[in-house]
Design a protein around this ligand. Structure first.
Ligand code: JCF
Length: 676
């Protein structure tokens, strides 16, 4: 391999600084300078040059952020200066006490200036830069000794691998918090759920778990960010006079600092900042558990010093916790407007995320199994970002002996129809769609919609009123409404009442497919409704068809057939159909193509040599039965007739699992249909 030319060396340096610059704009300033595609091109160019000229490789190259699959050993690191934690204030009085102690120690009657910043819920890290390059990153550990996590930290895009600018001291230690933004946390957890793996309870655990990965390639795929909050340098004369200025300095070196950071004069402004941040809490893209106040002047900080492990010049004023323990007293099942049956945990009321919570969603039975929830369990409840409270973890050690497992009810808790859960689907559903009170409004809305029976003027507003006033319970009741009934309603004039009655009246004689579609059977869309109508001809025939007969319809597979069966098996649905008939609704029969043409919609393939018939005769007879006869085999082929010496088409059919019959079977079938 050749030596790199001076131009190549220059280009590599150029690419590195361009990529660093764009990385900085994107991750630190939140202000992208080039489109992702352009970034990717430059990145690949650098990767290629580094691969072609290994001697140009460098640890602080932006290409190193993808991590390595070498296993890290997390060696112990002794902190040069101990990594302090923060004292907490849990209420206003404790904050006022803190401020009073500060002023006493400083012998100051005047208001002290503080820097306020959100307290990120992540992990503290320490980063060492020598001659501007990141040389070591460590966890806080117990404050005195932590673990070396340099390889993993390098993968975090908002951590500079080289400091920017020309005022960089020989040795700098920057401290900050590594955290996982909410969006990344949700995405990571749903990916883990899809893969059937354990999810993280909260973003903090997710960040901790990601930093503890043995392979930095795994860390590289985790959406981590870092925000700096303090700095120490060997030569302190290089530091400004205040906390505020020192963080501006750190930002110029290339770190992200918290954009919510501000100054507050005296404890009164601190309390105002607390309230303001608390209001904002749920809208921030990351989780915080409080606000940190730090005395701004660094000479004051020095004068105040430390007690045990915490500085006397800083305090964390905590927000209400977003996770608490409570007990699941019961699990009930709710029915949504589309019939989804959802388990809901009834909780011993608990104050979490600023509100008292007594219910939490459990989503579906898979989630109950995944979490292993039993009635009587003590659980972690999490309510963050103003979202619905969730059960995130069961404390197995606290499970009582009489804990009950949770079973999906067989009957709908609202209307008593069968609850159906299709295999492979997470959601269980009530099958009483036409009748179930929980699904009433949705059923009527669908029935009246444009593609269904197109009842003009029957919009959501009227459906709400008619159902809420108990004037309409099922779609059949629509046909009993009179102009007089409607004009009694507020805001319903004579004219719109008679228009609505007329529109309903016009829907009394629908074509069969529209009517079938209007019933709102799950997964029976327009196309399926049309196929069913032309195959069976009457609603009664559809209602009576068994699964096998249904599957014979083009477009209908076992799942749809199951939905159709369970719909017509529900007594309440059948009663509603009777009521519709009684109310004068007459769905049209359709010309049955099915009886006359038993192979309608099917595709057959003839191959090999037939002895009793010519190919053309066989084709004609199959077509007479409604089949299409094709020249090649595919997944869509219904059946292959294999004569003698059948070759590749037969092999293909077998490979695809397509049905195959021999000539005799074909002859038998044709005889059965009087075609021989
Ligand atoms: O955001 C934080 N979790 C955070 C932690 C912010 C700070 O300014 C901190 C900290 C821990 C210790 N400052 C110290 C001294």
């Amino acid at each position: 391999m050749s030596k790199p030319s001076p131009d190549t060396i220059k280009r590599v340096e150029e690419l590195r600084s361009t990529l660093d610059e764009h990385n900085y704009r994107y991750y630190v300033l939140d202000d992208p300078g080039i489109p992702d595609a352009e970034y990717d091109r430059l990145f690949r160019e650098l990767q290629k040059l580094e691969a072609d000229y290994p001697e140009l490789a460098s640890d602080d190259s932006p290409t190193r952020r993808v991590g390595s699959s070498a296993e890290t050993s997390f060696e112990e690191v002794i902190h040069r200066l101990p990594m302090l934690s923060l004292d907490n204030a849990f209420n206003e009085d404790e904050l006022r006490d803190f401020d009073r102690r500060v002023r006493e120690r400083l012998s100051s009657d005047e208001d002290v200036e503080y820097v306020c910043e959100p307290k990120l819920d992540g992990l503290a890290v320490s980063l060492h830069y020598e001659q501007g390059s990141l040389t070591r990153a460590a966890t806080r550990g117990d404050g005195y000794a932590g673990e070396d996590i340099t390889a993993n930290i390098r993968t975090i895009p908002s951590v500079p691998l080289r400091l920017r600018g020309n005022d960089v001291p020989d040795l700098v230690e920057v401290r900050g918090e590594v955290y996982m933004p909410r969006a990344g946390f949700e995405a990571l957890n749903s990916r883990l759920t899809d893969q059937g793996e354990k999810t993280f309870v909260n973003p903090r655990n997710a960040a901790a778990g990601s930093l503890r990965q043995k392979k930095s390639t795994v860390t590289a795929r985790r959406p981590l960010e870092m925000c700096a909050y303090s700095v120490a340098v060997t030569d302190e004369s290089l530091l400004p006079d205040t906390q505020w200025e020192s963080l501006q300095q750190v930002q110029r070196w290339g770190f992200r600092i918290n954009p919510e950071m501000r100054k507050a004069l005296g404890v009164g402004e601190c309390l105002a900042a607390y309230e303001e941040l608390m209001q904002k809490r749920d809208t921030l893209p990351y989780e915080i558990d409080g606000i940190v106040f730090k005395v701004n002047r660094l000479d004051y900080q020095e004068a105040l010093g430390f007690v045990s492990r915490a500085p006397r010049w800083a305090i964390a004023h905590k927000f209400p916790a977003q996770e608490e323990l409570t007990v699941i007293e019961d699990v009930e099942f709710q029915v949504g407007r589309t019939g989804a049956v959802t388990p809901v945990a009834r909780l011993k009321p608990v104050f979490v995320g600023g509100v008292t919570v007594s219910n939490a969603t459990l989503h579906n039975m898979d989630e109950i199994r995944r979490l292993d929830v039993h009635i009587g369990d003590t659980v972690f409840i999490r309510r963050a970002g103003d979202v619905i409270p969730k059960v995130v973890k069961v404390v197995l050690e606290k499970r009582p002996e009489n804990a009950e497992s949770v079973e999906l009810p067989k009957q709908c808790p609202v209307c008593d129809s069968d609850v159906i859960q299709i295999e492979g689907e997470a959601i269980a559903r009530c099958s009483g769609g036409l009748f179930c009170p929980a699904q009433r409004k949705e059923a009527i809305r669908h029935y009246a919609s444009r593609k269904a029976l197109d009842i003009e003027g029957l919009g959501d507003k009227w459906i709400d009123i008619l159902v809420d006033q108990d004037m309409v319970k099922t779609v059949a009741d629509l046909y009993l409404l009179t102009t007089a009934d409607l004009t009694r309603l507020e805001r319903m004039g004579e004219k719109s009442a008679s228009n609505l009655v007329a529109a309903i009246d016009r829907s009394r004689e629908p074509v069969l497919w529209r009517f079938l579609y209007a019933l709102g059977i799950r997964e029976v869309g327009e196309a399926t409704a049309k196929s069913l109508a032309s195959h069976f001809g009457t609603l009664e025939a559809v209602a009576e068809a068994d699964e096998e007969a249904l599957i014979a319809v083009p477009d209908v597979g076992p799942i749809v057939a199951g939905h159709i069966r369970s719909f017509f098996e529900q007594v309440h649905n059948r009663e509603t159909l009777d009521a519709l008939r009684e109310a004068g609704v007459r769905w049209q029969e359709e010309e049955i193509t099915a009886g006359a043409k038993p192979l309608q919609g099917q595709t057959w393939v003839l191959t090999g040599t037939l002895t009793e018939l010519t190919r053309d005769e066989a084709r004609e007879k199959l077509e007479a039965l409604g089949a299409k006869v094709a020249g090649s085999v595919s997944k869509k082929t219904t059946c292959v007739v294999a004569g003698e010496a059948a070759g590749s088409k037969l092999a293909k059919a077998e490979q695809l699992g397509v049905q195959v019959m021999d000539e005799q079977a074909l002859l038998d079938m044709l005889k059965e249909h009087d075609l021989l």
